[in-house]
Design a protein around this ligand. Structure first.
Ligand code: TEU
Ligand code: CA
Length: 551
């Protein structure tokens, strides 16, 4: 079996993990200094958000040089040291590569922009105006038109994200080769794989450049005509060289698409991130709202992906990442300290007992929560700012106070505040004022306290990682939803050979009952209350039963 099917990945948002030189910005040496912590947690792989040179319009997702380390993160030597020290601990490292677009400060774009006959012109997507205006009505994922006019050459370039993130032209074989060369450079250095940013929007439909669309943002280019050809080519030129973990970020995919992007024959990617679950409470289409999820919808989405991909393609499992609010705030309950702890553990159990490769987002293992940002000034994220401007100031659709409330629920910055290491200054992240505020709850939620408390959320994650290494049923078992219509309990079975597992998760703050007669001769693999009373789940209680041979 491929190593990445048995692995648990830990996502590091480099800028906010650990600052080693007290400039208020996390860095590579900071990660080196925390490897012991990660080893203790037991994760197999680290996914680092982009570490390359970037003007930081979108925190590193706008790359100006793929062969250089962002100076504020350190040097190439620092990266090599991190890779070596991680490997000594049997921890692998995957890099985040952004190939749908570059920074407008990348030398390819500067060349491309300089004249229509520059050899790099065709590296990007340039279109003539239509009747003196934009070619079509496509919008950027970060608000406004996806087209930016260039006064020098009198054409528009496409940017599905900010105007400082021009889209690359994947039709051009030279562009493709550049991207493969970049990946091979990093593979030669010893990295163990890649997370590929919005990889399913790279193939644009040529016939649509002068056609308006009702689809908003980058999804208008999702799953384009040549996307599978390109990924297969990438697979041949890069992925087939070594057993790499490759995970494609793929918004707007169906299960059918998923099977094509992450087939078991490894002809494309190892796995994808699909976002259907992230839309359960409004998500991207209606992200700026008050909507809360309904458990039945959540169960239905997760179950469909578990069943649909089974023995056909490989799933990834995640509750949150650097673009999403904190999962315990979103799907759990932070209203009391007890509910916070129980619901954080329950969510962990619920996800980690499913089929697929689990991803833990930094601080999730501590139950880090959304942040009580007070004013617009507390935020840093371009998406949040642009959305505020668009909805409150330009369209005047949303009132200032309402928008601030929606931001408290949905801003990407909730995930991006510094990792909470201890009770010290700035939560032990840095001696210098960090680039974004620290969540004031670091006095009660921090790594040091949790390490010293054998009953903490941290140890639930540690145990879940160990269980995955011990019980093959967790990796390979067939998934089966039970208690389908229950509005409070998410319960499912896993079936493998003669073995059986049942996972119960109470998503409510009520005591609820379940039928305890389904299993006999079982043992408990993990739970989140000290004592379990059969047939009853206390608020946010979760428990996993296992039996070796089915009756
Ligand atoms: O995100 C792509 C993506 O699909 C976004 O729409 C994401 O879902 C959104 O930010 C949620 O609000 C990737 C990166 O993860 C993100 O950080 C980058 O900003 C974006 O690509 C552009 O590179
Ligand atoms: Ca630093």
């Amino acid at each position: 079996m491929e190593w990445w099917k048995k692995s648990v990945v830990y996502q590091i948002y480099v800028k906010s993990f650990q600052d080693s030189n007290n400039d208020g910005i996390g860095d590579l040496q900071g990660i080196v200094s925390r490897l012991d912590y990660l080893e203790k947690l037991g994760v197999d792989v680290l996914w680092l958000t982009p570490i390359y040179k970037s003007p930081n319009d979108d925190n590193g997702y706008d790359i100006s040089d793929y062969y250089q380390i962002q100076p504020e993160f350190g040097t190439m030597e620092d990266f090599e040291e991190l890779l070596e020290k991680a490997h000594e601990k049997q921890i692998k490292i995957i890099l985040d590569v952004v190939f749908n677009h570059t920074s407008d400060e990348h030398h390819w774009f500067k060349e491309s922009q300089s004249s229509k006959d520059n050899p790099y012109r065709d590296y990007y997507i340039w279109k003539e105006p239509k009747e003196g205006d934009v070619p079509n009505n496509w919008t950027s994922c970060f608000q406004g038109s996806a087209w930016e006019f260039d006064a020098n050459t009198k054409e528009y370039y496409l940017h599905l994200f900010s105007k400082k993130q021009p889209d690359l032209n994947w039709q051009n074989p030279k562009v493709r080769q550049e991207c493969y060369d970049i990946m091979n450079y990093w593979v030669d250095k010893g990295v163990d794989g890649f997370r590929l940013d919005v990889i399913n929007v790279i193939s644009k439909d040529e016939s649509q450049y002068y056609v308006d669309s009702s689809i908003k943002g980058h999804k208008v280019c999702a799953n384009g005509p040549h996307v599978h050809e390109y990924i297969q080519e990438m697979n041949q030129k890069v992925f087939s060289r070594k057993e790499l973990l490759t995970v494609g970020e793929t918004p707007a995919v169906t299960i059918e698409d998923g099977k094509k992007y992450a087939p078991l024959d490894n002809s494309e990617l190892s796995m994808i991130f699909q976002f259907e679950l992230m839309d359960v409470d409004g998500g991207e289409t209606n992200k700026w709202s008050d909507q809360r999820f309904i458990l039945k919808d959540l169960k239905q989405i997760m179950s469909r992906w578990q069943e649909g991909m089974y023995q056909k393609a490989w799933n990834s499992l995640f509750w949150n990442n650097h673009d999403q609010p904190r999962c315990v705030s979103r799907f759990g309950d932070t209203s009391t300290a007890l509910y916070h702890e129980k619901s954080a553990k329950m969510l962990a159990i619920c996800l980690h007992m499913m089929q697929g490769t689990p991803y833990i987002y930094q601080g999730e293992e501590l139950g880090m929560t959304n942040v009580p940002f007070k004013s617009l000034n507390d935020y840093r994220d371009i998406e949040t700012y642009n959305s505020y401007k668009q909805l409150v100031e330009i369209e005047k659709k949303v009132a200032h106070e309402d928008m601030l409330r929606y931001m408290l629920k949905s801003s990407r910055d909730h995930a991006r505040t510094p990792m909470q290491w201890n009770k010290g200054k700035n939560a032990g992240f840095s001696n210098q004022t960090p680039w974004i505020m620290v969540n004031p709850n670091y006095l009660t939620i921090n790594a040091e306290d949790e390490i010293n408390n054998s009953n903490s959320i941290f140890y639930t994650y540690q145990k879940l990682i160990q269980l995955r290494k011990t019980y093959e049923i967790i990796i390979l078992g067939k998934y089966e939803l039970i208690m389908k219509d229950d509005e409070n309990i998410f319960a499912y079975k896993r079936l493998y050979k003669d073995e059986e597992m049942i996972v119960y998760c109470n998503f409510s703050n009520q005591e609820v009952g379940y039928d305890p007669s389904i299993l006999n001769d079982e043992k408990i693999l993990i739970k989140n209350y000290e004592k379990h009373q059969k047939g009853i789940l206390k608020p946010y209680e979760s428990i996993v039963f296992y039996q070796k041979s089915r009756a």
